[in-house]
Design a protein around this ligand. Sequence first.
Ligand code: GLC
Length: 513
Amino acid sequence: MADEWWRGAAIYQVYLRSFADGDGDGIGDLAGLRAKLPYLAELGIDAIWLNPWYPSPMADGGYDVADYRAIDPAFGTLAEAEAYIAEAHALNIRTIIDIVPNHGSDQQDWFVQALRAGPGSPERERFVFRPGRGDGPPNDWQSIFNGPAWTQVADGEWYLHLFAPEQPDFNWRNPEVVEEFHDILRFWLDRGVDGIRIDSAAVLFKDLDSQEESYTDHDEVHEVYRGWRRISDTYDDRFFVGEMWMPDQERFALYLRPDELHTAFNFDFLSRPWEAAELRASIDLTLSTHVPIGAPPTWVLSNHDVTRPVTKYGRQDTSFSHQDRKHGMRTDLVLGERRARAAALLAMALPGGLYVYQGEELGLPEVEDLPDELLQDPIFTRSQGTDRGRDGCRVPLPWSGKEPPFGFGDGTPWLPQPADWKNLTVESQYDDQNSMLSLYRSGLKLRRALLGDGSLTWLDAPADVLTFRRETLTCVTNLSADAVSLPSHEEVLITSIPLDEGRLPSDATAWIS
Ligand code: GLC
């Protein structure tokens, strides 16, 4: 069944720890996810992408993998994972898992063996160990999570970690590493996963002689993904989605050549401010890099690494960047929600794949007042508290009831939920036609029936209004300050907020036919 279903799929991101807790320990798990599959089927999504579910000391929320072929006991067992994949398939929901090739956990067997084996050993060759310069590290590289990118071990050598010290980088110039990941891919493809998200996909190769950090997008990385593609092509209709934060779109497109990755996250769109010219430029740039090579674009409004849209769009400065997280800036959540609704319908109307991060469909805001002592993101400690990190978008979901834990499970959630989330629970939104949840449900259903991959034509529009035609409908997003009239139409299919005497209000989107 090579229907390339992923070209136009709506993919829902499950951050398992925070989705639903089936065993009452305050941590979301596979039992919780399985119980909520009917909710996801009803939402109208085609696939679930799960963040890493492997055994992990959780130094970076599971992106420090201790065993790539098992499930963390806090989440369940391998048998439960297989049961989940089958149950999801029965509901026509496919599964995408997260593979982390750049680094493992310092608790992983390989790393434990490398420490034991000592300098010069083949075990150390699986990682990036080097002698220091005098008393200092081999070079001055800084970690993406702040602080030095090197940590010294007892015998004096240093190992490289682009992220936290608990995440030692693999040596991708070692054929053993290449083979190991081929085997891991087959392990999961054999178990029926339909897609693979590749974590930090562009940073596998390092030029350690460079004075400045030199790891993003070295040419050698393409050979790795060609090898991966040869493997996935031996299975039916599986696909890759790469996580690459790269400003250069021409370089980005190289990863999407026909013998490499099928898709990649579009972070350009996610990073743009809420301004018509910016969004239009991003859409045009995205299409012009994808269309010529036949790869479907993707549209992402949020994920587990970035500020929730309702908060981001409620600020005066709506641009996004990892370095400037804008925590605690004055936020108008009413305005933010209105824009997030308009953005959701805009993203759903664009050609290609769509990603929805859990809680986006509930309009959850970023939680910015989590107590310091509960923060778990290594960015918080490694930045000496100057960057509060990403926990605020990872708070457990509110499902039902009037007070925490809002039906998340029987235990105390691993991060506390704000009391005012009683108005944002699935239960409280479900039958409310004006809720964010109803908007996502209706929008995703219409999208599934009418949209997906394809092409787009811009239509003439007033200043700060984005109007484009798809094969089946026209999408109008009004980013100007005033209401505008809609182009002539037969029917209004859906709007992000009610029309005002037939006119589309400011910060709103309509689909018309
Ligand atoms: C990716 C993940 C992020 C993680 C990092 C290191 O960016 O999305 O959550 O911290 O890689 O694995």
